[in-house]
Ligand binder design. Structure first.
Ligand SMILES: NC(=O)c1ccc[n+]([C@@H]2O[C@H](COP(=O)([O-])OP(=O)(O)OC[C@H]3O[C@@H](n4cnc5c(N)ncnc54)[C@H](OP(=O)(O)O)[C@@H]3O)[C@@H](O)[C@H]2O)c1
Length: 266
């Protein structure tokens, strides 16, 4: 199997916390340059400090990913200094049904789609021209197993992740022959601040560091869809193929709601 060389110049959105921070730590080392993007200055600087102490050079970009213009300029200027070989679109939020609600609200649904899907597509388009000019690059889109199994308690989140998966796989094929690899990560439950927002059972939950390791292994192997844990991944991959009544029965198990206060903390 072909293994790509380890990434050297990497931009990560959502690097201030959880999976993004764990990816940054794992990618930090002598000779690597990181652009760490997020909104929370204190947490971003903390992650940058950890990465620098591992020998990486770091640039911090405090942006809301929905502010496409400023974020694109930041990515451009990083790219001019350190041609980006790997871009990781990881920033995301979970919102959905709150306690005592039947379904999520319209504003929450729009926000989820804007952050998880539209902003990710915009950021990809900011880094793609440079990669195409150079004829090399890697793009990681962090989606979710929810991309494969629509969650009744989080319709917009499910749609945003399904959209990201579909976008990533299509883009991967669109770029065939250009030496730009696009992979989509579909994690199951991961212990992060986002998991704290999810009030309900989270079977098979793994640590952010374990998730980061699996994502980077998949990137190295150029695996189009990096799904984990393995069992739930294969079950969800086939779930849309089974008759609808069976799929719904499978989804009638544990339900969850989103902690309103925690979800709104931004
Ligand atoms: N945890 C899970 O169980 C799980 C499962 C499947 C997929 N995922 C996906 O994994 C990704 C990372 O999530 P996580 O679990 O690591 O959660 P997390 O700890 O809450 O981290 C989310 C990151 O996204 C950033 N972010 C959110 N909204 C943003 C915005 N508008 N602009 C810029 N940055 C923004 C946050 O930055 P600030 O805090 O600085 O704003 C933070 O760094 C998400 O896309 C999520 O959907 C997570």
């Amino acid at each position: 199997m072909h293994h790509a060389p380890p990434p050297r110049a990497i931009a990560i959105t959502g690097a201030s916390s959880g999976i993004g921070a764990a990816l940054a730590r794992r990618l930090a080392g002598p000779g690597s340059s990181l652009a760490l993007i997020g909104r929370d200055a204190v947490r971003l600087e903390r992650v940058a400090g950890e990465c620098r102490s591992r020998g990486a050079s770091c640039r911090v970009g405090r942006f809301d990913v929905r502010d496409t213009g400023p974020l694109s300029s930041f990515l451009d200027s990083f790219d001019r200094e350190q041609p980006i070989d790997t871009f990781i679109s990881n920033a995301g939020i979970l919102d959905g049904r709150h306690a005592n609600q039947v379904v999520e609200g319209g504003d929450a649904a729009r926000r989820v789609l804007e952050i998880n899907l539209l902003a990710a597509v915009d950021a990809v388009n900011a880094v793609l021209p440079g990669m195409r000019r150079r004829g090399r690059g890697g793009i990681v889109l962090v989606a979710s197993l929810a991309a494969l199994v629509p969650l009744p308690d989080a319709p917009a989140y499910s749609a945003s992740k399904a959209g990201l998966l579909s976008y990533g796989l299509a883009l991967r094929d669109a770029l065939v022959g250009e030496n730009i690899k696009v992979v989509v990560a579909c994690p199951g439950y991961v212990s992060t601040a986002m998991a704290d927002v999810h009030i309900g059972s989270r079977p098979g939950e793994i640590s952010a560091d374990a998730a980061a390791a699996l994502i980077l292994r998949g990137l190295g192997r150029d695996q189009p869809v990096i799904g984990f844990p393995t069992g739930p991944f294969w079950v969800t991959r086939f779930s849309l193929l089974v008759p609808e009544f069976l799929r719904r029965r499978g989804m009638s198990g544990p339900r969850f709601h989103v902690d309103r206060a925690a979800a709104a903390r931004d």
